[in-house]
Write a protein that binds this ligand. Structure first.
Ligand SMILES: NC(=O)c1ccc[n+]([C@@H]2O[C@H](COP(=O)([O-])OP(=O)(O)OC[C@H]3O[C@@H](n4cnc5c(N)ncnc54)[C@H](OP(=O)(O)O)[C@@H]3O)[C@@H](O)[C@H]2O)c1
Length: 243
């Protein structure tokens, strides 16, 4: 079986790809023209690279790429430039998640495919009636209207909860919510919670991207861990930020 990673060229995506390859998995990725990707990985025998913009693929084309994949991950995010934040595609993550789900459905896999969405602690989980602090809710409701990427992340997670739901025979999902992302070179101790334990705006903790990649790789390869978090939106912090 193989794992498909969308947003593989991103700061987190490439760490996930590397960790999956190191643990012996076959990985498939789609890179748009001009995407930067580590030289030592690009020709790796366990990696298949398709040069295309993900959102330009038809459902059938993506279904062909996903055929035989047991896991699909989105590490997509808007480029932090003016055009990346305010230009098209404004619903990059939502559109990608929809397309990935449609392609998985077309393949009618015999066993549910594990789908992981990289999300954020700024996106509350209405499924468990999460009530972030008032100050966070006020700022987030402003961000929702001022920053298209925030709205996009919320809508992508809502699509999984509301449209895919928790009784699909073809897709099981987890939305992983890191706090403020940092770059570290080695995996460190981290903790997982069903909901944030800090104010995501005024007292955010830190989550290293390599720890996010590690948790996602574990979810994909460890069925017991998957069952623990399936249909949920776990929050991940580096251990020093859980107090
Ligand atoms: N920053 C934080 O503190 C924080 C905290 C929690 C969660 N998050 C969320 O975590 C996610 C990933 O973060 P990251 O820092 O790892 O991301 P990143 O390094 O910015 O990577 C983004 C990925 O998305 C791709 N992408 C961007 N625009 C695209 C488009 N129009 N079409 C196709 N692909 C496109 C990029 O491809 P190219 O290489 O081709 O550009 C890249 O692979 C984001 O959704 C972000 O909102 C961020």
């Amino acid at each position: 079986m193989a794992i498909f990673v969308a947003g593989a060229s991103g700061a987190t995506g490439r760490l996930l790809v590397s960790q999956l390859i190191d643990s012996g998995e076959s990985v498939r990725i789609v890179l748009r023209e001009g995407s930067d990707f580590p030289e030592h990985l690009i020709n790796h025998p366990q990696l298949v690279v398709v040069r295309q913009n993900l959102l330009d693929l038809s459902v059938q084309q993506l279904a062909y790429i996903l055929e035989g994949c047991s896991g699909v991950v989105s590490c997509l995010g808007h480029t932090p430039t003016f055009s990346g934040v305010f230009g098209q595609p404004r619903s990059l993550v939502l559109d990608a998640v929809k397309l990935l789900c449609q392609a998985i459905e077309v393949n009618s896999p015999g066993k549910p495919v594990k789908l992981i969405l990289m999300n954020s602690t700024g996106c509350a989980n209405p499924d468990i009636d999460e009530q972030p602090p008032l100050s966070q809710r006020v700022v987030v409701s402003l961000l929702r209207w001022l920053l298209p990427p925030h709205r996009d992340n919320e809508m992508a997670a809502a699509y999984l909860s509301e449209q895919v739901g928790s009784d699909s025979n073809t897709i099981e999902w987890v939305a992983v919510r890191p706090d403020a992302l940092t770059d570290e070179v080695v995996v460190s101790d981290y903790s997982l919670f069903p909901s944030p334990v800090r104010n995501a705006i005024f007292d955010s903790g830190k989550t290293s991207r390599i720890n996010v990649g590690h948790f996602m790789a574990e979810l994909l390869t460890n069925d017991e861990l998957w069952r623990q978090w399936c249909w949920q939106r776990p929050v991940i912090y580096n251990n020093e930020f859980t107090a």
